[in-house]
Design a protein around this ligand. Structure first.
Ligand SMILES: [Fe+2]
Length: 245
């Protein structure tokens, strides 16, 4: 039995070495992610053990709920970097943000004080239930300000009722897609799982992310790596995760 299991694991072992995670809530006490510095360190350690070399922290920025600013995020990042170094962790930590498309978002854009990752990639999300009527306008504004819009977990929006058509529309206006790896294991329900499989099988994935809010999401990644579809992510898509620098 042991031998059978070993063979199965070998067969499903990923050939692509995913070394960078670009979506996580690992900074302590800024949103619904890590609640303490200790939890952040435990998460970092778990990511490092999975082979990650770099993690981009992306705290929520959402009017009235998570009033994070780039200054606040950078301060928290410096604190975590210092603690990680003290603990001897090698994994690199950077910070961007996950911007919620609300009324305050345009103000952030206009201020020019925006946190991005890689080559000016701006990670954004929207309501899960209702399509913002200004979605395309916001995307245009992101691009007009010199950023590339990256839609966080497009498989999770319930308002997307015709994935083939709606994903194509967003792609055609230059939106990149970041899929949550845990969606493939059904962590967010059946509908998200099916939409994630659609994204993978149709080459629509530009980035993958842990969207780790706690250790449970990092544990989930181990299961995802054993799925047959895991290798298809990298075979059928031009995944941009492993950023330079
Ligand atoms: Fe997130």
């Amino acid at each position: 039995m042991t031998f059978w299991f070993f063979k199965k694991s070998k067969k499903n072992e990923a050939k692509y070495r995913l070394t960078t995670d670009i979506h996580s809530h690992i900074l302590p006490s800024l949103d619904d992610g890590a609640k303490s510095l200790g939890e952040s360190i435990a998460m970092l350690k778990a990511m490092q053990e999975l082979g990650y070399e770099k993690i981009v922290a992306t705290p929520h920025i959402m009017a009235d709920v998570y009033k994070n600013t780039p200054a606040k995020i950078k301060k928290s990042l410096a604190l975590l970097q210092k603690e990680a170094k003290l603990r001897g962790l090698k994994i690199k930590i950077e910070a961007a943000a996950e911007y919620y498309l609300d009324d305050g978002f345009l103000e952030h854009l206009e201020s020019g004080d925006i946190l991005t990752f890689g080559e000016n990639y701006l990670l954004f999300e929207s309501s899960f239930s209702h399509k913002p009527y200004y979605l395309e306008d916001m995307i245009f504004e992101i691009q007009a300000n010199g950023y590339t819009p990256v839609f966080a977990h497009p498989e999770r929006y319930r308002y997307i009722s015709n994935p083939a058509k709606e994903y194509a529309t967003l792609k055609n206006i230059g939106v990149l897609f970041q899929m949550n790896l845990n969606s493939l294991a059904g962590a967010y329900g059946k509908e998200s799982k099916h939409k994630a499989e659609y994204l993978v099988n149709n080459g629509l994935v530009d980035f993958v992310g842990s969207d780790a809010h706690g250790l449970r999401h990092i544990e989930g990644l181990k299961e995802v790596r054993r799925l047959d579809i895991y290798n298809s992510i990298f075979k059928k898509n031009r995944v941009l995760n492993n950023l330079k620098g």
